[in-house]
Design a protein around this ligand. Structure first.
Ligand code: GLY
Length: 400
């Protein structure tokens, strides 16, 4: 009887889950570190045109034009800083850096409008809704949809040689912009375009072991596959780490947007293939390609871990047995938040995360900071916080 009386008291006075969680405990220090880094970044780059991408060999932040696929991530990071604790400091910077991209609202030179304007204007809409942002996003969605190839049923990713009609796994990420626009005053066929692209990717872009190819090149008249390329990966037969992360994120997001069960199944099987991969290091931060074994001098890709953690946190919320995905994401985020990956103050070109790899076969951006690693790291932390505190977070596709 005594035991039965005491037990509820012990439960009542036990530490709430949110404060006992090591990641929740670490989060204020991580956002404080990000604040120090971005104040330094803003000081270094103020007055320069473009948007920050990485740290150059000269020790300076490398800026890129608005048409570069990464241009939306720094404004997005500033919005995520504002989301963390609603500070006006970050909102003002976020607005200013977002509006630098207004000139690309009709850009259709490649498929990455979803990254460029979704991560900047899409976050602006989520956190400070306005018709100004809705208008830009509708234009960006129409520009992206102009790349749709009807006979193929997919959006063409790039226009350059040696490809004819290339479609890359990364392209899944850009569908959120179309899905948002279809519900918010854009052409109704934008939804069909997004679903058709996802259906075709689901059918054609995966190996028998559940992992994704990077580049599939099509004949745009017959919809037949011309060739498959390793792209930024080591080999056609091996999984490029960041490509797997784009796939998990993209199919999870399209399940949220469409409710189609095939997309959930695809996200789950791809997530499991990566989580159980024998080459995944113990700290859960992959090497640049899962076909290579971790070891001295083999570059990791923190960006792949950050994107994957953000995706798994959402998959953890949406999948029926999602606890294992959330748990895995927590492990990845604890690794990224540790001194092994988190930059020391005023180092690393003012970026937050170290040790990402952009394009190893192209000998480009190897073991460097990358702005999109920071973006998905901060997003993953905010998604995680929403999940464990039970305070829902509106994702871009669901914003009004
Ligand atoms: N979307 C290009 C990349 O992941 O490198």
């Amino acid at each position: 009887m005594i035991v039965r009386l005491i037990f509820p008291l012990i439960t009542w006075f036990s530490i709430p889950a949110s404060t006992a969680d090591p990641l929740m405990e670490r989060m204020p220090a991580v956002f404080e570190r990000a604040a120090v880094q971005y104040r330094g970044m803003l000081e270094e780059i103020s007055g320069q045109p473009g948007q920050p991408r990485t740290l150059g060999n000269d020790g300076k932040v490398r800026m890129v034009r608005p048409e570069d696929w990464v241009s939306g991530f720094f404004p997005g990071c500033l919005w995520l800083m504002h989301e963390y604790e609603a500070a006006e400091e970050w909102k003002n910077h976020a607005l200013a850096w977002t509006r630098r991209l207004e000139g690309i609202r009709h850009f259709s030179g490649h498929h990455d409008g979803g990254f460029m304007l979704g991560c900047s204007y899409g976050n602006a809409l989520r956190l400070a809704p306005s018709d100004e942002f809705r208008g830009v996003l509708r234009d960006a969605a129409a520009a992206l949809a102009s790349r749709y190839v009807p006979k193929l049923g997919m959006i063409r990713s790039w226009d350059h040689k040696p490809f004819i009609c290339p479609v890359i796994i990364d392209n899944m990420m850009n569908l959120e912009l179309l899905s948002w626009a279809a519900r918010n005053g854009g052409d109704a066929n934008l939804r069909e375009i997004a679903v058709s692209h996802a259906d075709m990717t689901h059918a054609r872009h995966f190996r028998a072991d559940g992992t994704a190819y990077h580049i599939v090149d099509y004949d745009p008249e017959t919809a037949s596959v011309r060739a498959i390329y390793a792209g930024q990966g080591a080999d056609v037969l091996t999984p490029w780490a960041r490509g797997q992360a784009w796939g998990i994120y993209g199919f999870t997001m399209m399940f949220r947007e469409s409710g189609k069960k095939e997309y959930l199944a695809r996200a789950v099987s791809l997530a499991e293939a990566v989580m159980n991969h024998p080459n995944l290091p113990e700290d859960k931060v992959p090497c640049w390609d899962l076909g290579v074994t971790a070891g001295e001098g083999v570059p990791r890709d923190a960006s792949a871990a950050a994107i994957m953690a953000s995706a798994l946190t959402e998959l953890g919320r949406l999948a029926p047995d999602g606890g294992k995905f959330l748990e895995f994401a927590r492990g990845q985020l604890l690794s990224l938040a540790s001194p092994a990956y988190l930059a020391e103050p005023a180092s690393n070109g003012h970026f937050v995360l170290r040790h990402s790899t952009g394009h190893l076969p192209g000998d480009s951006e190897i073991d460097v900071p990358l702005v999109y690693a920071d973006y998905y790291f901060l997003e993953a932390l905010l998604r995680y916080r929403a999940q464990v505190t039970g305070k829902p977070r509106t994702e871009f596709g669901q914003a009004r």
